[in-house]
Design a protein around this ligand. Sequence first.
Ligand SMILES: NC(=O)c1ccc[n+]([C@@H]2O[C@H](COP(=O)([O-])OP(=O)(O)OC[C@H]3O[C@@H](n4cnc5c(N)ncnc54)[C@H](OP(=O)(O)O)[C@@H]3O)[C@@H](O)[C@H]2O)c1
Length: 279
Amino acid sequence: MEKSPVLKNKKIGFIGGGNMAEAIIKGLLSSSIIKASNIFVSEPNKRRQTFLTSEYKIKVLKNNLDLSKKSDVLIVAVKPQIMWEVLSDIADHVDSKKLVVSVAAGYPISQIEKALKKGKKKKLCVVRTMPNTPSVVLEGVTAITAGKGVSKPDLKISHEIFQAVGRTVEVPEEQIDAVTGLSGSGPAYIFMIIEALSDAGVKMGLSRDVANELTIQTVLGSALLVRETGTSPGELKNRVTSPGGTTIAGLHALEKGSLRATLMNAVEKATLRSKELAE
Ligand SMILES: NC(=O)c1ccc[n+]([C@@H]2O[C@H](COP(=O)([O-])OP(=O)(O)OC[C@H]3O[C@@H](n4cnc5c(N)ncnc54)[C@H](OP(=O)(O)O)[C@@H]3O)[C@@H](O)[C@H]2O)c1
């Protein structure tokens, strides 16, 4: 694959080498847009350190300060509870030349900038993102929101990083809670739907293995059909629903169970909860 013109010679440092950082590292390396020698991580857990070096051949640095000095792009991938402490520690080594990308859920750009400024006046280049767990299998979707100081090339770098683990969209920061309610929490909704459909197959006499295989491929295939045909889900549904047939009987049961209102309620509740937690 062609090397990325934007990311190619950048040094990327991950603060925190947990699940999300690993997913991004894996995606970046498998899409060949950056060399392992240009990826650094700082991680306190010894077992994780050994795993990350042996599995991905990337360099583990002893502390966040060394990592910050070395990196052009800093991806902050620690839990939101320790964001303030981690950011204030590296603040003196972060200026507008360094792109800071946060994946922390519910942590606003204003807080990131406040922690990095430590009361001083300086320009910063901060991007906030909301990825989701399918990033681990390189099928994630990440919403990106840029702070005031972010240039077009830096925004492009942010997209390239997350496109290595799936797709990206750009939203204003006030929509990040809605993103959390839809694609952030969304995998759990779909897991529940997959589990329920598989249970239904078993109830109707199929083995668990067969029911799982049928369900997973039906969900995956239907999503791909919507994506690849560009046809609306409503139209695709109509095409497989013949008068007086099996599908309309099933759809009627879904309507009686208020499937659509239930899913809309789920996204609404999760969005409101995300807002509450951020406050
Ligand atoms: N996982 C997801 O699907 C997902 C989705 C969207 C957003 N996020 C966000 O991504 C961030 C990371 O989540 P995660 O699931 O990857 O968590 P995680 O697996 O717990 O990773 C965080 C890593 O940071 C390390 N760490 C702790 N203190 C540190 C410090 N002072 N300096 C450097 N590293 C430190 C932790 O080590 P120890 O284990 O030793 O503490 C851990 O390995 C969170 O802010 C989360 O909100 C995650």
